[in-house]
Write a protein that binds this ligand. Structure first.
Ligand SMILES: CC(C)=CCC/C(C)=C/CC/C(C)=C/CC/C(C)=C/CC/C(C)=C/CC/C(C)=C/CC/C(C)=C/COP(=O)(O)OP(=O)(O)O
Ligand SMILES: O=P(O)(O)OC[C@@H](O)CO
Ligand SMILES: [Mg+2]
Length: 228
């Protein structure tokens, strides 16, 4: 499995969105530490496989964030398994994962898997609604971070604001708390200033939607994160 604790910046590509060959090349050769392929809806075996085939020729590590068991495609450098800590439904915390392991446990290469403890903080995000989250206050988030590190010993705690820029003070507070668990921050990073601000606290920043809106702005986040 890739050394995620050495990363600063990753791009997240949504298999359900179109990207030109030129933009994909720019993303893959940007100097980002890795590409994560993942999205909440419309993720299929076909669109994941198609995107993987286009990224595979580049040197950048490429991981699949599994959101649908039907879309698992072999060949990725690693696989990220989300669990949504602030979901109100056990389905998104344990049941889907349990079903997958019960079905495929004999063939899983455990070394290529890493679990992400998501804490979703934007009520307007698709993932928030899809996984039936509630909005935790700062004390709740701190407790989830402590559970991630000390009780579950998760490799990744993911502060997810998908679609909107989050609260740097909260990210700072959570970063101060985590030692072993790698802190991912994702959501609304559109400028080098935002990339720098969140990189000052989070171990890894995740840049997603801006790739599809303004490729030059997306690319500018890489150096910003790496220079912090
Ligand atoms: C060949 C090979 C590698 C075999 C492997 C064997 C195998 C079957 C392993 C499976 C192991 C396993 C335990 C799998 C679990 C599978 C699973 C379905 C887990 C559920 C994950 C989950 C809780 C999904 C919910 C949604 C979620 C958290 C998605 C993450 C992506 C995300 C937040 C995207 C951001 O949203 P976006 O879609 O971009 O939103 P916008 O469009 O609004 O931007
Ligand atoms: O798409 P954005 O808002 O950049 O968020 C990135 C990532 O955290 C989404 O899962
Ligand atoms: Mg997205």
């Amino acid at each position: 499995m890739e050394k995620m604790n050495e990363w600063d910046h990753v791009f997240k590509l949504d298999p359900n969105k179109k990207i030109s060959d030129q933009d994909l090349q720019s993303v893959c050769e940007s100097g980002t530490d890795a590409i994560i392929v993942g999205g909440t809806d419309g993720v299929t075996f076909e669109n994941v496989h198609d995107l993987w085939e286009r990224i595979e020729p580049y040197e950048v590590p490429c991981l699949l964030e599994i959101s649908d068991i039907e879309a698992i495609t072999p060949g990725f450098d690693g696989y990220l398994i989300p669990i949504v800590l602030n979901s109100q439904h056990k389905k998104w915390l344990l049941d889907i994962q349990h079903h997958a392991v019960k079905e495929y446990g004999d063939i899983i290469d455990w070394k290529s898997m890493a679990t992400e403890g998501y804490c979703v903080l934007n009520p307007d995000a698709k993932v928030y609604q899809h996984t039936n989250c509630y909005l935790p206050d700062d004390a709740d988030v701190l407790a989830y971070a402590r559970i991630a590190e000390h009780l579950f010993q998760l490799p990744i705690f993911y502060l997810e604001y998908s679609g909107t820029y989050g609260d740097p003070k909260l990210v700072q507070r959570i970063a101060e708390e985590l030692n072993q668990t790698t802190l991912f921050y994702g959501g609304g990073i559109h400028t080098p200033e935002q990339a720098r601000e969140m990189s000052a606290h989070a171990d890894v920043i995740v840049v997603g939607n801006i790739i599809y809106e303004n490729i030059q702005a997306a690319l500018a986040t890489v150096q910003a994160a790496k220079s912090t």
